[in-house]
Design a protein around this ligand. Structure first.
Ligand code: ZN
Length: 181
């Protein structure tokens, strides 16, 4: 496994629509090695999620740490070709961070419940719903596969801050901020 270089805002790879992965490709050693590299890179940069375009691979793959349910042990989730759909009109706002926008945080409003279908790293079909902060993280990651960054989803850029100013002026009383991919 290897730590890959992370693409930051301005790199065109972050603005491409990522290509779907074929089921035949999933079962190759190269693909499995890529997943391993994504996980290692995510951990190295203390991210909680990482999408393949962030390591210059324009494919529909993301990895994330699933630790949203206090009753479950945290585990790694890998989604291939994910499709998400909002299933409520209700929204939530969280301060998001991104390894591709280092040092910044922005407050983003998104639907607070989504349905998710995807393949896992073995090519098995997954189907589940995510709500609250989990829904935000998964939408943030899936946006990377559409060539979108969280700042594209912000309707108020006065809520974009450097980390130090976020901590100084915006963190009190808010949800404990966590680094999204
Ligand atoms: Zn991100």
């Amino acid at each position: 496994m290897a730590i890959r270089k992370v693409a930051v805002m301005g790199n065109p790879v972050l603005r491409e629509v990522a290509k779907p992965v074929s089921e035949a490709e999933i079962n190759t050693p190269e693909f499995q090695a890529l997943i391993g590299d994504m996980v290692e890179t995510m951990h190295e940069y203390d991210g909680r999620g990482l999408a393949a375009p962030q390591i210059h691979i324009s494919k529909q793959i993301l990895v994330m740490v699933w630790d949203f349910n206090p009753k479950e042990k945290a585990y790694l989730l890998c989604l291939v070709n994910p499709v998400i759909k909002p299933i409520t009109d209700e929204t939530s706002s969280y301060w998001e961070g991104c390894l591709s926008l280092p040092g910044l945080r922005g407050k983003v409003t998104r639907p607070n419940k989504v349905s998710v279908t995807a393949l896992n790293q073995k090519g098995e079909k997954l189907s589940f719903t995510a709500d609250g902060f989990a829904a935000t993280v998964i939408q943030h990651e899936c946006d990377h596969l559409l060539g979108k960054l969280y700042i594209d989803r912000m309707d108020d850029l006065s809520q974009l801050a450097f980390n130090r100013e976020f901590q100084r002026y915006h963190s009190e009383g808010d949800f404990d901020p966590e680094e999204a991919e």
